[in-house]
Unconditional design. Structure first.
Lengths: 140, 314
């Protein structure tokens, strides 16, 4: 009997500006929820993020964006994921993202969820578990 | 053609996605992992360098510098970076990629992070299988970064062809304490962070220790190198030493270490297959129930029960 695979999550903070405190807090919370979290740190380009997601065979790509560049960076990541055949990856973003932008990202750019500053880690964990379970069920 | 066979073919043809998915399969273990591995052709030429040393010794940074040097020399590189997982939640925070930023974007490099799980189907088995897959995918050098502490390092030593021990300067008395364990399995030792002022002292201490070892004449002579992965000094000579050891291995296939590695490989295979077949028995399930309901179960008696039932299973 084989146990269900751990949920694998890539956590990245694209862009070199700012800090990655928030991303680290999330990374630790996801680990404590039993997930394997691949933490890549700062400064990866969308292309590098997708290549890392491919090599690590992750279920989830989590992006922390504080720079305000979410409308350029996030669509680049989701489109590159699709192009690499990784459209099944659940993409979640955290950071300071205005709600109109969040709506646009989730409705037309393939981002599965946007979590604002007030979101609890429990909400994020629940969302990821549910979304990954759905994807796995669909792919099985 | 079976599903496993086509997956194996894709890996051999260099399909990175197929390799990544196969790595997930072997990490989970079980019958599907073995079915896949049976389809992987033997005889790949890639060699495994195990990189071990205390937490924070500079393994990831050095792994990155070495990978760059191998790439300059025209060799492709796959990296398995192992980090500890929480024994309680089973989760893990795998952070070695942070230090490998400079390798991102090079299609001749493949990096995979792995959590160091429990014993069965755990690190030893999964890393050995991961290395097998990466070699089959055609990578010339497979660098295996260990968690840097305890039992798993010895296990990884069983997997690697060449063992590189990374020692940071300023360990003082601790240099003595590694003598018994890690120093004995090391083929090449790197004093890392040699840009630091206390590096020469550590280098001298280690040289004294190394010179006390290996009395026999036909044994590999442990190489000691001072390196700074940050300033990129000493990386060339270290790479030479690692490649020299691999050449030496080709000429000496029946050394005690090589024999030990083969035996370990057999043990691992028996252990995984035996354990797996044990978990298929009804008494295994029964034992799990007892563990969940009895505060102080007699585990020796339980083990005997499980084994007795297993022996009589056709
Ligand atoms: N001065 C100096 N510092 C270094 C060098 N190489 C690594 N470091 C520093 O040492 C620290 C640990 O480096 P890592 O490469 O992450 O060490 P590691 O052994 O992989 O650590 P774990 O995977 O956590 O066990 C980091 O802060 C590095 O910047 C070096 O050549 N010189
Ligand atoms: Mg490391």
């Amino acid at each position: 009997m084989t146990a269900p695979a751990h949920i694998r999550v890539l956590v990245a903070k694209p862009g070199l500006d700012g800090h990655d405190r928030g991303a680290k807090v999330i990374a630790r919370a996801l680990r404590d929820a039993g997930m394997d979290v691949i933490y890549t740190g700062l400064g990866l380009t969308p292309h590098m993020i997708v290549e890392a997601a491919l090599q690590e065979d992750v279920d989830v790509v989590g992006l922390s964006i504080l720079s305000g560049a979410h409308m350029t960076l996030l669509p680049k990541v989701t489109h590159a994921l699709d192009a690499a055949g990784l459209g099944h990856c659940v993409v979640v973003a955290g950071g300071i993202i205005p709600s109109e932008d969040a709506h646009m990202l989730t409705h037309t750019h393939g981002v599965d969820a946007v979590f604002g500053p007030g979101t609890t880690t429990d909400e994020i964990i629940t969302f990821i578990r549910t979304a990954v379970a759905a994807v796995r069920a669909q792919r099985a | 053609m079976s599903d496993e066979q086509s997956r194996a073919d894709a890996i051999v043809q260099g399909d990175r996605r197929a390799l990544a998915q196969a790595l997930t399969t072997v990490e989970r273990g079980g019958q599907s992992a073995r079915a896949l591995l049976r389809c992987i052709p033997a005889g790949a030429s890639g060699r495994v360098v195990g990189i071990t040393g205390a937490p924070g010794a500079g393994k990831s940074t050095l792994t990155t510098a070495l990978a760059q040097e191998f790439r300059v020399r025209g060799l492709t590189v796959a990296i398995v970076a192992v980090d500890p997982s929480s024994p309680i939640t089973g989760g893990s925070l795998l952070g070695d990629r942070i230090r490998m930023y400079d390798l991102a974007g090079d299609s001749g490099v493949f990096i995979r992070s792995m959590a160091n799980r429990g014993r069965y189907g755990g690190i030893a088995a999964a890393t050995a299988d991961a290395a097998t897959l990466m070699a089959a995918a055609g990578y010339d050098v497979i660098l295996l970064e260990t968690v840097g502490a305890g039992q798993s390092d010895v296990a990884v030593a069983d997997v690697a062809d060449t063992i590189l021990l990374v020692e940071a300067p300023g360990m003082g008395d601790e240099v003595q304490s590694i003598k018994a364990g890690l120093l004995e399995i090391a083929d090449v030792i790197a004093v890392s962070k040699s840009d630091r002022a206390d590096a020469p002292a550590t280098f001298q201490q280690l040289r004294a220790l190394v010179q006390m070892q290996h009395p026999s004449t036909d044994a590999w002579e442990v190489q000691l190198c001072g390196v700074s992965a940050l300033q990129k000094t000493g990386i060339g000579p270290l790479t030479d030493a690692l490649l020299a050891h691999q050449q030496w291995l080709i000429q000496h296939p029946y050394t005690p270490r090589a024999m030990h590695r083969r035996k370990s490989s057999l043990h691992r295979a028996i252990e995984t297959q035996l354990f797996e077949s044990l978990t298929q028995t009804a008494s295994w399930v029964q034992a799990q129930h007892i563990l969940a309901s009895d505060r102080q179960p007699d585990t020796d008696a339980l083990a005997q029960m499980v084994l007795a039932a297993w022996r009589t299973t056709p």
